[in-house]
Ligand binder design. Structure first.
Ligand SMILES: Cc1cc2nc3c(=O)[nH]c(=O)nc-3n(C[C@H](O)[C@H](O)[C@H](O)COP(=O)(O)OP(=O)(O)OC[C@H]3O[C@@H](n4cnc5c(N)ncnc54)[C@H](O)[C@@H]3O)c2cc1C
Length: 226
């Protein structure tokens, strides 16, 4: 599991980049992009700021490792500092962004990718980087319009893309939380890796559930959004 201290390095330098796109994917959730020349490993994070008045915030990279674009997916915290400002950014605006870092790394081995909300980001980056073979993606959200990149993921992953929605229902979607869905699985492959990404409550609950089902602790990799 990544340590909090790894993410609080205030000395990490920030570079000025120009926003190229800022798209509202669903109400209050944006995919913001800029030109990128830093290589990165899918799953890594960057620090982002709009000015030096407040420390930068951390975001998972949400784009593939080829091409010259880097994106992050964020949701507006109405009373937060950065995200309401970030939501107003338009192409040509300056952003302050760090080099990518972090130890939550995707690879070619068989794995479960388990996310809630904007925690889909590192998995979408891995998917866009060609790492989706042998993967089962489970995405939990509250509302049906929060399945970001749904059409693309459904088309590419088919039955290995499981959507869980806790507050609305649809034919293609499991009604309930990610943890409810996982409880329906009796036999988890013990040789798979299990990547978890989202809020701490989900990550801790899913980790405990997997351990109770016999998954070795060192097969579980977590990225907690706090
Ligand atoms: C490793 C990691 C990866 C992350 N990746 C993503 C990602 O890909 N996408 C994403 O959307 N988010 C991600 N996050 C969360 C992100 O870093 C920010 O925390 C989030 O976007 C909020 O930023 P903000 O500046 O708008 O809000 P903030 O100003 O940080 O405020 C956040 C909340 O805390 C409250 N708050 C602020 N100050 C105080 C205080 N002094 N006392 C009590 N409450 C307070 C605010 O009211 C608000 O509700 C990640 C976090 C981590 C650690």
């Amino acid at each position: 599991m990544a340590k909090a201290s790894e993410y609080s390095r205030s000395e990490i330098p920030l570079f000025i980049v120009k926003v190229t796109e800022n798209i509202e994917l669903s109400p209050g959730v944006f995919l913001i992009s800029w030109l990128n020349r830093s290589p990165f490993i899918p799953g890594q994070v960057v620090k982002v700021a709009v000015d030096r008045a407040q420390p930068p915030r951390i975001y998972s990279v949400c784009s593939g490792d080829t091409g010259d674009k880097m994106s992050v997916l964020f949701n507006i915290k109405e009373d937060g500092y950065l995200t309401p400002r970030l939501a107003k950014a338009v192409p040509g605006d300056d952003l302050l962004v760090s080099s990518p870092y972090g130890s939550f790394h995707g690879d070619n081995k068989p794995a479960f990718w388990i996310a809630t909300g904007t925690g889909i980001s590192p998995f979408y980056s891995m998917f866009q980087s060609g790492l989706a073979d042998n993967k089962i993606l489970i995405h939990g959200v509250r509302f049906l319009n929060q399945f970001y990149f749904e059409d693309e993921l459904d088309w590419a992953l088919g039955k290995n893309y499981i959507r869980c929605c806790s507050r609305e229902t649809s034919d293609k979607v499991y009604h309930g939380r990610v943890t409810d869905y996982l409880l329906t699985i009796n036999d988890f492959p013990k040789d798979y890796k299990y990547y978890l990404c989202g809020k701490s409550l989900m990550v801790v609950d899913v980790r405990d559930l997997l351990i109770s089902k016999g998954i070795p602790y060192d097969h579980i990799y977590a990225e907690i959004y706090f």
